[in-house]
Write a protein that binds this ligand. Sequence first.
Ligand SMILES: Cc1cc2nc3c(=O)[nH]c(=O)nc-3n(C[C@H](O)[C@H](O)[C@H](O)COP(=O)(O)OP(=O)(O)OC[C@H]3O[C@@H](n4cnc5c(N)ncnc54)[C@H](O)[C@@H]3O)c2cc1C
Length: 419
Amino acid sequence: MRKLLVLGGGTAGTMIANKLHKRLSRDQWTITVVDRDDHHHYQPGYLFVPFGSYTPAEIVRSRHHFLADGVELVLGEIDRVQPDERVVRLEDGRSLAYDYLVIATGVTPRPDQTPGMLGAEWRRSIFDFYTLDGAEALGQALSGFDHGRLVVHIAEMPIKCPVAPLEFTFLVEAWLRERGIRDRVELTYVTPLDGAFTRPVASEHLGGMLTERKVDVVTDFLVESIDPERKVLVSYDEREVPFDLLVTVPLNMGADFVARSRLGDELNCVPVDKHTLLSTAYDNIFAIGDASNIPASKAGSVAHFAVEVFVDNFLEHAAGLPMTGSFDGHANCFVESGDGKALLIDFNYDTEPLPGKYPLPYVGPLTLLGETRANHLGKLAFRHVYWNVLLPGHPVPLPARMSLAGKEVPADAETDKEA
Ligand SMILES: Cc1cc2nc3c(=O)[nH]c(=O)nc-3n(C[C@H](O)[C@H](O)[C@H](O)COP(=O)(O)OP(=O)(O)OC[C@H]3O[C@@H](n4cnc5c(N)ncnc54)[C@H](O)[C@@H]3O)c2cc1C
């Protein structure tokens, strides 16, 4: 029997196991998934928890429930990979041999990496919403907040779902307005980028939306530390941003076992070929989803499109054939903008988000880079698609490669000519 071992039973790992279970011969292959616990979190739902729109019960389910019968789930903390021996060691002493390994252990927020963040003010005036307990604690803090300086902050890029802090800002601004206290709150968005987003057209659009909502934007802010006593963010170039309530996105890093296994870069992400997702160091190791170092957004949608390409490639690779699929970095993300509306952005390695319609060119019903009610309903519906279609590995009628059809392409836009 040949052994496929998938590290991480989150978005990417679950889809991979379920899709390959349908395609690999059960007489010749075993598929094992390893995760530290049996709680699968729908992470996009964290955004809504501070506002009481989703409860934890709506966004957490058992991993067992989503893995096909015949896929083994091993629960345990991964300690290290020993690639030369083709073995993964767990912290409790168990070891798992493999022929092929997929690393899909994602990234997590690391407040310990910014001096002062985890000090006395953590979960008192400093919060995150990139964890479920963080999002719940933030909800408590917001309910008692009625005036002062509310700062939304990104420590460093890349972070998963790079639009989530913008979405939080739009939602909290609308929420303050609804409560009639918007004029008592100074709202500031602090980013290490030179604008609201990573790509020019979307950055200008989203930056304009922050200005319209009277949100101060502080750019190029590389945080050096937080002074919890004075409640200020301090940057390397000695600027300071004071806060009464700080909503931060801490540095996002891959799992520590990746570093211990000498498989990662400085953020513990695994270097891979950006088109095949095969490790640059080992011919039998892939990394998919947030855990890899590909220059695409770290997002569930990217994981999904990448898995579509990976599955056929894996079958070719395991059969000793060249891999013919090429992942183009395709991402699409809803961006909640408050007041029951959202935008949608669709882009890849080479083409930035552009206005237009999606998924049907010229028809939609979703609007790219425009705020609509249909987009917001699409975002809410996505939770059901995630649980019932994506995770079980059912086909989704969306092409993995990004298309330019229906998009308004400016003459000077950066685009992938093949797209
Ligand atoms: C607030 C927020 C909003 C988001 N919104 C969106 C959105 O609107 N659209 C979108 O596309 N994406 C969104 N995302 C991003 C999306 O959730 C992730 O990109 C996606 O889950 C990545 O999938 P993954 O499989 O790579 O990692 P994950 O789903 O994070 O899975 C990694 C798994 O590895 C396990 N693991 C890690 N280390 C170990 C270890 N040492 N031992 C054992 N197990 C381990 C973890 O327990 C976890 O189950 C959002 C994320 C956040 C935080």
